[in-house]
Design a protein around this ligand. Structure first.
Ligand code: GDP
Ligand code: GDP
Length: 483
Protein backbone atom coordinates (compact mmCIF):
# COMPACT_ATOMS: atom_id res chain seq x y z
CA UNK A 1 0.00 0.00 0.00
CA UNK A 2 1.01 3.58 -0.40
CA UNK A 3 -0.31 7.11 -0.38
CA UNK A 4 -1.58 7.77 -3.90
CA UNK A 5 -2.44 10.95 -5.73
CA UNK A 6 -4.21 10.86 -9.10
CA UNK A 7 -3.90 13.71 -11.58
CA UNK A 8 -7.23 14.09 -13.30
CA UNK A 9 -8.40 16.49 -15.96
CA UNK A 10 -9.23 16.87 -19.60
CA UNK A 11 -6.54 16.52 -22.28
CA UNK A 12 -3.96 19.23 -22.60
CA UNK A 13 -4.32 20.90 -19.23
CA UNK A 14 -0.78 19.81 -18.33
CA UNK A 15 -1.22 16.56 -16.44
CA UNK A 16 1.90 14.94 -17.86
CA UNK A 17 3.90 18.07 -17.30
CA UNK A 18 2.89 18.13 -13.65
CA UNK A 19 3.55 14.43 -13.33
CA UNK A 20 7.06 14.85 -14.74
CA UNK A 21 7.76 17.75 -12.47
CA UNK A 22 6.66 15.94 -9.35
CA UNK A 23 8.42 12.74 -10.26
CA UNK A 24 11.60 14.46 -11.28
CA UNK A 25 14.32 13.04 -13.41
CA UNK A 26 16.17 10.90 -10.98
CA UNK A 27 13.13 8.87 -10.05
CA UNK A 28 12.24 6.01 -12.30
CA UNK A 29 8.87 5.74 -13.91
CA UNK A 30 7.05 2.51 -13.46
CA UNK A 31 5.19 1.94 -16.65
CA UNK A 32 4.15 -1.65 -16.71
CA UNK A 33 2.49 -2.43 -13.49
CA UNK A 34 0.71 -5.73 -13.74
CA UNK A 35 -3.01 -5.52 -13.88
CA UNK A 36 -3.33 -1.87 -14.73
CA UNK A 37 -3.92 -0.14 -17.98
CA UNK A 38 -0.61 0.28 -19.67
CA UNK A 39 -1.38 3.87 -20.58
CA UNK A 40 -1.50 4.90 -17.02
CA UNK A 41 1.75 6.16 -15.66
CA UNK A 42 2.86 5.64 -12.12
CA UNK A 43 5.65 7.44 -10.42
CA UNK A 44 7.12 8.23 -7.10
CA UNK A 45 6.55 11.91 -6.51
CA UNK A 46 8.26 14.23 -4.14
CA UNK A 47 7.06 17.52 -2.73
CA UNK A 48 9.34 19.05 -0.14
CA UNK A 49 10.21 16.18 2.14
CA UNK A 50 7.06 14.26 1.31
CA UNK A 51 7.16 11.23 -0.90
CA UNK A 52 4.02 9.62 -2.36
CA UNK A 53 2.82 7.77 -5.42
CA UNK A 54 1.33 9.60 -8.31
CA UNK A 55 -0.88 8.40 -11.13
CA UNK A 56 -1.10 10.25 -14.41
CA UNK A 57 -4.16 9.65 -16.53
CA UNK A 58 -2.83 11.42 -19.63
CA UNK A 59 -3.13 9.47 -22.84
CA UNK A 60 -6.15 7.55 -21.76
CA UNK A 61 -8.60 9.80 -23.51
CA UNK A 62 -7.65 8.40 -26.90
CA UNK A 63 -8.65 4.93 -25.93
CA UNK A 64 -12.32 5.48 -25.31
CA UNK A 65 -15.44 6.49 -27.10
CA UNK A 66 -15.83 10.08 -28.09
CA UNK A 67 -18.67 11.22 -25.90
CA UNK A 68 -17.77 13.65 -23.20
CA UNK A 69 -19.23 11.46 -20.52
CA UNK A 70 -17.47 8.42 -21.88
CA UNK A 71 -14.08 10.04 -21.85
CA UNK A 72 -14.56 11.53 -18.51
CA UNK A 73 -15.88 8.48 -16.81
CA UNK A 74 -13.48 5.94 -18.12
CA UNK A 75 -10.44 8.07 -17.84
CA UNK A 76 -11.05 9.11 -14.32
CA UNK A 77 -12.70 6.19 -12.75
CA UNK A 78 -9.79 3.84 -12.70
CA UNK A 79 -7.33 6.32 -11.38
CA UNK A 80 -9.79 7.76 -8.98
CA UNK A 81 -10.72 4.38 -7.59
CA UNK A 82 -7.12 3.73 -6.71
CA UNK A 83 -6.11 7.07 -5.32
CA UNK A 84 -6.39 8.63 -1.89
CA UNK A 85 -6.34 12.20 -3.14
CA UNK A 86 -7.16 13.70 -6.54
CA UNK A 87 -5.58 16.72 -8.15
CA UNK A 88 -8.15 18.06 -10.59
CA UNK A 89 -6.24 20.10 -13.15
CA UNK A 90 -7.72 22.89 -15.22
CA UNK A 91 -6.05 25.32 -17.62
CA UNK A 92 -5.98 28.79 -16.04
CA UNK A 93 -5.27 30.44 -19.37
CA UNK A 94 -7.96 28.74 -21.39
CA UNK A 95 -10.68 29.01 -18.77
CA UNK A 96 -13.21 26.30 -18.09
CA UNK A 97 -14.59 24.13 -20.86
CA UNK A 98 -17.71 21.96 -20.80
CA UNK A 99 -15.48 18.96 -20.24
CA UNK A 100 -13.98 20.57 -17.14
CA UNK A 101 -17.48 21.12 -15.83
CA UNK A 102 -18.41 17.51 -16.43
CA UNK A 103 -15.36 16.42 -14.52
CA UNK A 104 -16.28 18.74 -11.70
CA UNK A 105 -19.86 17.43 -11.53
CA UNK A 106 -18.55 13.93 -11.34
CA UNK A 107 -15.87 14.66 -8.77
CA UNK A 108 -18.24 16.62 -6.58
CA UNK A 109 -20.24 13.47 -5.91
CA UNK A 110 -17.24 11.50 -4.72
CA UNK A 111 -16.15 11.22 -1.16
CA UNK A 112 -12.39 11.44 -1.63
CA UNK A 113 -10.54 14.72 -1.23
CA UNK A 114 -10.34 16.61 -4.52
CA UNK A 115 -8.20 19.71 -5.02
CA UNK A 116 -8.65 22.07 -7.93
CA UNK A 117 -5.34 23.08 -9.47
CA UNK A 118 -5.29 25.88 -12.04
CA UNK A 119 -2.27 25.15 -14.21
CA UNK A 120 -0.47 27.39 -16.73
CA UNK A 121 -0.82 30.27 -14.33
CA UNK A 122 2.33 32.23 -14.92
CA UNK A 123 1.21 35.73 -14.23
CA UNK A 124 -1.08 38.42 -15.46
CA UNK A 125 -3.82 37.81 -18.01
CA UNK A 126 -3.89 34.17 -17.12
CA UNK A 127 -6.54 34.34 -14.52
CA UNK A 128 -9.71 33.60 -16.45
CA UNK A 129 -9.76 29.97 -15.49
CA UNK A 130 -8.58 30.62 -11.98
CA UNK A 131 -11.61 32.69 -11.07
CA UNK A 132 -14.04 30.52 -12.95
CA UNK A 133 -12.65 27.55 -11.10
CA UNK A 134 -13.78 28.98 -7.80
CA UNK A 135 -17.29 28.59 -9.14
CA UNK A 136 -16.90 24.84 -9.50
CA UNK A 137 -17.90 24.27 -5.92
CA UNK A 138 -14.85 22.20 -5.18
CA UNK A 139 -13.28 24.60 -2.76
CA UNK A 140 -10.09 26.55 -2.97
CA UNK A 141 -8.13 26.74 -6.21
CA UNK A 142 -4.35 26.52 -6.30
CA UNK A 143 -2.74 28.47 -9.15
CA UNK A 144 0.43 26.79 -10.39
CA UNK A 145 2.61 26.47 -13.44
CA UNK A 146 3.74 22.90 -13.88
CA UNK A 147 6.03 23.90 -16.69
CA UNK A 148 7.82 26.59 -14.71
CA UNK A 149 7.57 24.99 -11.31
CA UNK A 150 5.53 27.80 -9.82
CA UNK A 151 3.08 27.27 -6.98
CA UNK A 152 4.64 24.06 -5.75
CA UNK A 153 4.36 25.25 -2.18
CA UNK A 154 0.61 25.36 -2.60
CA UNK A 155 0.75 21.70 -3.49
CA UNK A 156 2.91 21.13 -0.44
CA UNK A 157 0.27 22.80 1.71
CA UNK A 158 -2.40 20.61 0.17
CA UNK A 159 -0.43 17.42 0.69
CA UNK A 160 0.95 18.10 4.12
CA UNK A 161 -2.09 17.11 6.23
CA UNK A 162 -2.69 13.99 4.15
CA UNK A 163 0.93 13.03 4.27
CA UNK A 164 1.15 13.59 8.00
CA UNK A 165 -1.92 11.50 8.61
CA UNK A 166 -0.39 8.78 6.49
CA UNK A 167 2.93 9.09 8.30
CA UNK A 168 1.21 8.65 11.63
CA UNK A 169 -0.51 5.52 10.36
CA UNK A 170 2.82 4.20 9.12
CA UNK A 171 4.45 4.86 12.45
CA UNK A 172 1.68 3.01 14.17
CA UNK A 173 1.87 0.12 11.73
CA UNK A 174 5.60 -0.18 12.29
CA UNK A 175 5.29 0.02 15.99
CA UNK A 176 2.64 -2.62 16.06
CA UNK A 177 4.32 -4.79 13.46
CA UNK A 178 1.25 -4.66 11.24
CA UNK A 179 3.03 -5.99 8.17
CA UNK A 180 0.05 -5.71 5.85
CA UNK A 181 -0.15 -1.99 6.52
CA UNK A 182 3.54 -1.18 6.25
CA UNK A 183 4.58 0.76 3.17
CA UNK A 184 8.19 -0.06 2.41
CA UNK A 185 8.62 2.99 0.21
CA UNK A 186 7.64 5.32 2.92
CA UNK A 187 10.48 7.40 4.30
CA UNK A 188 9.96 8.84 7.69
CA UNK A 189 13.55 9.65 8.56
CA UNK A 190 13.54 12.91 6.67
CA UNK A 191 11.10 14.34 9.09
CA UNK A 192 13.81 15.80 11.22
CA UNK A 193 15.50 17.50 8.36
CA UNK A 194 14.00 20.92 8.46
CA UNK A 195 14.98 22.74 5.34
CA UNK A 196 13.40 25.91 6.57
CA UNK A 197 10.59 25.87 4.08
CA UNK A 198 8.17 24.34 6.55
CA UNK A 199 6.81 26.15 9.54
CA UNK A 200 8.15 24.54 12.65
CA UNK A 201 5.55 25.98 14.89
CA UNK A 202 5.22 24.09 18.09
CA UNK A 203 3.04 24.88 20.93
CA UNK A 204 2.90 23.44 24.38
CA UNK A 205 0.18 24.02 26.79
CA UNK A 206 -1.12 22.26 29.73
CA UNK A 207 -4.85 21.93 29.90
CA UNK A 208 -4.81 21.30 33.61
CA UNK A 209 -2.65 24.23 34.40
CA UNK A 210 -4.80 26.95 35.81
CA UNK A 211 -1.88 29.33 35.91
CA UNK A 212 -1.82 32.50 33.91
CA UNK A 213 0.94 31.62 31.45
CA UNK A 214 -0.53 28.50 29.95
CA UNK A 215 0.92 28.92 26.50
CA UNK A 216 4.62 28.43 26.03
CA UNK A 217 5.66 29.45 22.57
CA UNK A 218 8.61 27.82 20.97
CA UNK A 219 8.07 29.52 17.71
CA UNK A 220 10.94 30.32 15.49
CA UNK A 221 9.30 29.57 12.19
CA UNK A 222 9.76 31.87 9.29
CA UNK A 223 7.20 34.64 9.06
CA UNK A 224 5.91 35.23 5.58
CA UNK A 225 5.37 38.93 5.26
CA UNK A 226 3.95 40.90 2.35
CA UNK A 227 3.94 44.64 1.98
CA UNK A 228 1.39 45.74 -0.57
CA UNK A 229 0.14 49.11 -1.68
CA UNK A 230 -0.56 51.26 -4.66
CA UNK A 231 2.37 52.48 -6.74
CA UNK A 232 4.18 55.43 -5.21
CA UNK A 233 3.07 54.97 -1.64
CA UNK A 234 6.70 54.39 -0.72
CA UNK A 235 7.18 50.63 -0.64
CA UNK A 236 10.67 50.71 -2.15
CA UNK A 237 11.71 53.45 0.18
CA UNK A 238 10.49 51.47 3.17
CA UNK A 239 12.25 48.31 2.06
CA UNK A 240 15.52 50.10 1.75
CA UNK A 241 14.99 51.39 5.26
CA UNK A 242 14.11 47.99 6.62
CA UNK A 243 16.66 45.88 4.90
CA UNK A 244 19.51 48.34 4.82
CA UNK A 245 22.77 46.63 4.14
CA UNK A 246 21.43 43.22 5.06
CA UNK A 247 19.55 42.99 1.86
CA UNK A 248 19.68 39.46 0.52
CA UNK A 249 18.09 38.84 -2.80
CA UNK A 250 17.22 35.23 -3.17
CA UNK A 251 15.80 35.38 -6.63
CA UNK A 252 12.43 34.15 -7.78
CA UNK A 253 10.96 31.61 -5.43
CA UNK A 254 8.85 28.76 -6.62
CA UNK A 255 5.28 29.82 -6.69
CA UNK A 256 5.78 33.48 -7.30
CA UNK A 257 5.57 35.05 -10.70
CA UNK A 258 8.73 35.19 -12.66
CA UNK A 259 9.24 38.89 -12.20
CA UNK A 260 8.63 38.80 -8.51
CA UNK A 261 11.13 38.34 -5.81
CA UNK A 262 11.25 37.09 -2.27
CA UNK A 263 13.76 38.35 0.22
CA UNK A 264 14.84 36.32 3.21
CA UNK A 265 16.16 38.17 6.12
CA UNK A 266 15.90 38.12 9.84
CA UNK A 267 14.66 40.52 12.44
CA UNK A 268 15.96 40.06 15.96
CA UNK A 269 16.87 36.50 15.19
CA UNK A 270 13.51 35.76 13.70
CA UNK A 271 13.57 34.55 10.08
CA UNK A 272 11.39 36.67 7.85
CA UNK A 273 10.51 36.13 4.25
CA UNK A 274 9.26 39.14 2.39
CA UNK A 275 7.11 37.77 -0.38
CA UNK A 276 6.48 39.32 -3.73
CA UNK A 277 6.63 42.91 -2.78
CA UNK A 278 6.16 45.09 -5.80
CA UNK A 279 8.66 47.61 -4.58
CA UNK A 280 11.40 45.04 -4.80
CA UNK A 281 10.91 44.56 -8.47
CA UNK A 282 12.81 46.40 -11.08
CA UNK A 283 11.00 49.63 -11.71
CA UNK A 284 9.00 49.12 -14.82
CA UNK A 285 8.14 51.55 -17.55
CA UNK A 286 6.80 54.89 -16.36
CA UNK A 287 3.37 53.93 -17.72
CA UNK A 288 3.16 51.05 -15.35
CA UNK A 289 3.61 53.29 -12.38
CA UNK A 290 0.14 54.75 -12.75
CA UNK A 291 -1.38 51.34 -13.13
CA UNK A 292 -3.69 50.34 -10.35
CA UNK A 293 -2.76 47.82 -7.77
CA UNK A 294 -3.87 44.64 -9.48
CA UNK A 295 -6.37 42.74 -7.41
CA UNK A 296 -5.43 39.40 -8.88
CA UNK A 297 -1.73 39.91 -8.26
CA UNK A 298 -2.46 41.03 -4.77
CA UNK A 299 -4.68 38.06 -4.05
CA UNK A 300 -1.85 35.76 -5.03
CA UNK A 301 0.57 37.60 -2.80
CA UNK A 302 -1.87 37.46 0.10
CA UNK A 303 -2.08 33.69 -0.26
CA UNK A 304 1.65 33.37 0.22
CA UNK A 305 1.76 35.69 3.15
CA UNK A 306 0.85 35.24 6.77
CA UNK A 307 1.03 38.87 7.75
CA UNK A 308 0.05 41.49 5.17
CA UNK A 309 0.97 45.15 5.54
CA UNK A 310 -1.15 47.44 3.42
CA UNK A 311 0.80 50.60 2.87
CA UNK A 312 -1.05 53.87 2.34
CA UNK A 313 0.04 57.33 1.38
CA UNK A 314 -0.99 59.70 4.18
CA UNK A 315 -1.79 62.42 1.72
CA UNK A 316 -4.23 60.16 -0.08
CA UNK A 317 -5.51 57.46 2.25
CA UNK A 318 -7.68 54.43 2.07
CA UNK A 319 -9.57 54.50 -1.18
CA UNK A 320 -11.97 51.83 -2.35
CA UNK A 321 -9.21 49.69 -3.71
CA UNK A 322 -7.30 49.70 -0.44
CA UNK A 323 -10.48 48.64 1.34
CA UNK A 324 -11.03 45.84 -1.15
CA UNK A 325 -7.54 44.56 -0.53
CA UNK A 326 -7.96 44.80 3.22
CA UNK A 327 -11.16 42.80 2.93
CA UNK A 328 -9.37 40.15 0.88
CA UNK A 329 -6.62 39.88 3.48
CA UNK A 330 -9.17 39.22 6.22
CA UNK A 331 -11.26 36.89 4.11
CA UNK A 332 -8.17 34.86 3.37
CA UNK A 333 -7.64 34.66 7.10
CA UNK A 334 -4.39 36.59 7.17
CA UNK A 335 -3.21 39.04 9.80
CA UNK A 336 -3.46 42.65 8.68
CA UNK A 337 -1.52 45.80 9.49
CA UNK A 338 -2.24 49.21 8.03
CA UNK A 339 0.88 51.33 7.58
CA UNK A 340 0.44 54.99 6.72
CA UNK A 341 3.53 56.40 5.07
CA UNK A 342 4.62 59.97 4.30
CA UNK A 343 3.44 61.02 7.74
CA UNK A 344 6.00 63.84 7.53
CA UNK A 345 3.86 65.45 4.84
CA UNK A 346 0.67 65.51 6.94
CA UNK A 347 -0.39 68.67 8.76
CA UNK A 348 -3.57 67.59 10.52
CA UNK A 349 -2.18 64.38 11.94
CA UNK A 350 -4.91 63.70 14.49
CA UNK A 351 -7.66 64.45 11.97
CA UNK A 352 -6.24 62.01 9.43
CA UNK A 353 -5.72 59.40 12.10
CA UNK A 354 -9.21 59.48 13.58
CA UNK A 355 -10.82 59.45 10.14
CA UNK A 356 -8.79 56.37 9.30
CA UNK A 357 -9.59 54.57 12.53
CA UNK A 358 -13.31 55.22 12.05
CA UNK A 359 -13.28 54.00 8.52
CA UNK A 360 -11.42 50.82 9.39
CA UNK A 361 -13.56 49.98 12.37
CA UNK A 362 -16.80 50.52 10.50
CA UNK A 363 -15.61 48.69 7.40
CA UNK A 364 -14.15 45.76 9.31
CA UNK A 365 -16.29 45.13 12.31
CA UNK A 366 -15.11 41.52 12.10
CA UNK A 367 -11.55 42.49 12.90
CA UNK A 368 -11.72 45.38 15.29
CA UNK A 369 -8.43 46.85 16.36
CA UNK A 370 -6.43 46.39 13.17
CA UNK A 371 -3.08 48.02 13.98
CA UNK A 372 -2.50 51.34 12.26
CA UNK A 373 1.07 52.58 12.07
CA UNK A 374 2.23 55.93 10.87
CA UNK A 375 5.75 56.67 9.73
CA UNK A 376 7.98 58.30 7.23
CA UNK A 377 9.93 55.83 5.16
CA UNK A 378 11.89 58.71 3.75
CA UNK A 379 13.29 59.94 7.05
CA UNK A 380 12.97 56.63 8.86
CA UNK A 381 10.97 58.22 11.62
CA UNK A 382 8.51 55.70 13.06
CA UNK A 383 9.52 52.81 10.81
CA UNK A 384 10.96 50.98 13.81
CA UNK A 385 7.40 50.22 14.94
CA UNK A 386 6.69 48.04 11.94
CA UNK A 387 8.54 44.82 12.75
CA UNK A 388 7.52 44.61 16.42
CA UNK A 389 3.93 45.00 15.27
CA UNK A 390 4.43 42.25 12.71
CA UNK A 391 5.76 39.89 15.39
CA UNK A 392 2.94 40.77 17.77
CA UNK A 393 0.15 40.25 15.31
CA UNK A 394 1.73 37.04 14.07
CA UNK A 395 1.66 35.76 17.64
CA UNK A 396 -1.98 36.70 18.07
CA UNK A 397 -2.78 35.11 14.74
CA UNK A 398 -1.08 31.90 15.94
CA UNK A 399 -2.69 31.97 19.38
CA UNK A 400 -4.06 28.80 20.96
CA UNK A 401 -6.47 28.90 23.84
CA UNK A 402 -6.91 25.85 26.06
CA UNK A 403 -10.27 24.16 25.90
CA UNK A 404 -10.85 24.49 29.62
CA UNK A 405 -10.55 28.27 29.42
CA UNK A 406 -12.78 28.43 26.39
CA UNK A 407 -15.54 26.52 28.09
CA UNK A 408 -15.46 28.66 31.19
CA UNK A 409 -15.59 31.66 28.93
CA UNK A 410 -18.49 30.23 26.90
CA UNK A 411 -20.51 29.67 30.03
CA UNK A 412 -19.96 33.21 31.22
CA UNK A 413 -20.61 34.96 27.95
CA UNK A 414 -23.80 33.04 27.20
CA UNK A 415 -25.09 33.93 30.66
CA UNK A 416 -24.31 37.59 30.16
CA UNK A 417 -26.47 37.61 27.06
CA UNK A 418 -28.64 34.54 26.54
CA UNK A 419 -28.95 32.94 23.12
CA UNK A 420 -32.40 33.38 21.56
CA UNK A 421 -35.42 31.12 22.03
CA UNK A 422 -36.45 29.38 18.82
CA UNK A 423 -39.92 27.81 18.67
CA UNK A 424 -40.21 27.63 22.40
CA UNK A 425 -36.72 26.32 23.16
CA UNK A 426 -33.63 28.26 23.92
CA UNK A 427 -30.61 27.51 21.75
CA UNK A 428 -27.91 25.97 23.88
CA UNK A 429 -24.20 26.42 23.30
CA UNK A 430 -22.74 23.38 24.95
CA UNK A 431 -19.10 23.04 24.28
CA UNK A 432 -16.28 24.92 22.63
CA UNK A 433 -12.80 24.10 21.44
CA UNK A 434 -10.22 25.73 19.24
CA UNK A 435 -10.16 23.98 15.89
CA UNK A 436 -7.02 25.65 14.68
CA UNK A 437 -4.92 28.76 14.81
CA UNK A 438 -3.73 31.00 12.00
CA UNK A 439 -6.29 32.49 12.13
CA UNK A 440 -7.83 31.52 15.45
CA UNK A 441 -10.80 29.29 14.59
CA UNK A 442 -13.24 27.71 17.02
CA UNK A 443 -15.84 25.01 17.03
CA UNK A 444 -18.91 25.39 19.15
CA UNK A 445 -21.28 22.53 19.70
CA UNK A 446 -24.73 23.97 19.78
CA UNK A 447 -28.39 22.96 19.54
CA UNK A 448 -30.08 24.25 16.37
CA UNK A 449 -26.84 25.63 14.96
CA UNK A 450 -28.52 26.72 11.76
CA UNK A 451 -30.86 28.98 13.67
CA UNK A 452 -28.38 30.86 15.78
CA UNK A 453 -28.58 34.43 14.45
CA UNK A 454 -25.47 35.91 12.92
CA UNK A 455 -25.67 38.76 15.39
CA UNK A 456 -25.08 36.25 18.15
CA UNK A 457 -22.05 34.80 16.41
CA UNK A 458 -20.71 38.32 16.05
CA UNK A 459 -21.30 38.86 19.75
CA UNK A 460 -19.23 35.75 20.47
CA UNK A 461 -16.45 36.81 18.11
CA UNK A 462 -16.26 40.27 19.62
CA UNK A 463 -16.24 38.74 23.07
CA UNK A 464 -13.42 36.37 22.17
CA UNK A 465 -11.44 39.22 20.69
CA UNK A 466 -11.81 41.32 23.82
CA UNK A 467 -11.51 38.70 26.49
CA UNK A 468 -8.57 36.89 24.97
CA UNK A 469 -6.97 40.02 23.61
CA UNK A 470 -6.86 39.25 19.91
CA UNK A 471 -7.19 42.61 18.16
CA UNK A 472 -6.82 42.94 14.44
CA UNK A 473 -6.91 39.32 13.33
CA UNK A 474 -9.81 37.49 11.74
CA UNK A 475 -11.52 35.11 14.17
CA UNK A 476 -13.69 32.28 12.94
CA UNK A 477 -16.43 30.34 14.64
CA UNK A 478 -17.91 27.15 13.28
CA UNK A 479 -21.14 25.95 14.77
CA UNK A 480 -21.93 22.27 14.93
CA UNK A 481 -25.17 20.67 15.95
CA UNK A 482 -25.18 17.33 17.60
CA UNK A 483 -28.94 16.97 17.35
P1 GDP B 1 -1.98 16.62 -20.57
O1 GDP B 1 -2.61 16.24 -21.86
O2 GDP B 1 -3.00 17.10 -19.60
O3 GDP B 1 -1.07 15.58 -20.00
O4 GDP B 1 -1.09 17.90 -20.89
P2 GDP B 1 0.48 18.03 -21.17
O5 GDP B 1 1.27 17.87 -19.94
O6 GDP B 1 0.83 17.15 -22.33
O7 GDP B 1 0.55 19.54 -21.59
C1 GDP B 1 -0.20 20.07 -22.66
C2 GDP B 1 0.47 21.31 -23.17
O8 GDP B 1 0.44 22.34 -22.18
C3 GDP B 1 1.94 21.09 -23.51
O9 GDP B 1 2.23 21.85 -24.67
C4 GDP B 1 2.67 21.67 -22.32
O10 GDP B 1 3.95 22.15 -22.66
C5 GDP B 1 1.74 22.81 -21.91
N1 GDP B 1 1.86 23.13 -20.49
C6 GDP B 1 1.86 22.28 -19.44
N2 GDP B 1 2.01 22.93 -18.29
C7 GDP B 1 2.12 24.24 -18.60
C8 GDP B 1 2.30 25.43 -17.83
O11 GDP B 1 2.43 25.44 -16.61
N3 GDP B 1 2.34 26.59 -18.52
C9 GDP B 1 2.22 26.64 -19.88
N4 GDP B 1 2.25 27.83 -20.45
N5 GDP B 1 2.06 25.53 -20.63
C10 GDP B 1 2.01 24.35 -20.02
P1 GDP C 1 6.63 52.58 -4.40
O1 GDP C 1 6.16 52.77 -5.80
O2 GDP C 1 5.51 52.23 -3.50
O3 GDP C 1 7.79 51.65 -4.28
O4 GDP C 1 7.11 54.03 -3.90
P2 GDP C 1 8.57 54.65 -3.78
O5 GDP C 1 9.30 54.09 -2.63
O6 GDP C 1 9.22 54.59 -5.10
O7 GDP C 1 8.19 56.15 -3.39
C1 GDP C 1 7.41 56.99 -4.22
C2 GDP C 1 7.74 58.42 -3.94
O8 GDP C 1 7.33 58.76 -2.62
C3 GDP C 1 9.23 58.72 -4.00
O9 GDP C 1 9.37 59.96 -4.62
C4 GDP C 1 9.65 58.78 -2.56
O10 GDP C 1 10.75 59.62 -2.34
C5 GDP C 1 8.40 59.33 -1.90
N1 GDP C 1 8.33 58.93 -0.50
C6 GDP C 1 8.50 57.67 0.00
N2 GDP C 1 8.37 57.67 1.35
C7 GDP C 1 8.11 58.96 1.70
C8 GDP C 1 7.87 59.61 2.97
O11 GDP C 1 7.88 59.00 4.04
N3 GDP C 1 7.60 60.92 2.94
C9 GDP C 1 7.58 61.64 1.79
N4 GDP C 1 7.32 62.92 1.86
N5 GDP C 1 7.81 61.07 0.59
C10 GDP C 1 8.06 59.75 0.54
Amino acid sequence: MSLKVAIIGRPNVGKSTLFNRLVGKKLALVDDQPGVTRDRRYGRARLGHMGFDIIDTAGLEEAFDDSIEGKMRQQSEMAFEECDIAFFLIDARAGLTPLDNHFADWLRKRKKPVYVIANKHEGRDQDAGLYEAYGLGLGDVAPISAEHGLGMELLIDIMRPHWEEYRDKQRKARKEGDIAAIDDDFEDDEMDEDDGSFPSFEIEYDEDDEGEEEVVRKDNSKIQLAIVGRPNVGKSTLLNQLLGENRVMTGPQAGLTRDSIAVDWSYEGRPIRLVDTAGMRRKKKIDDRVEKLSVTDTLRVIRYAQVVVIMLDATNTLDKQDLTIARMVLEEGRALIIAVNKWDAVKDKSGVMSALRDKLDTSFAQAKGIPILTFSALTGRGTDTLMPTVLDIYDIWSRRIPTSQLNRWLEAITERHLPPVISGRRIRLRYMTQAKSRPPSFFINCSKAAELPESYTRYLINGLREDFDMPGVPIRIYLRSSD
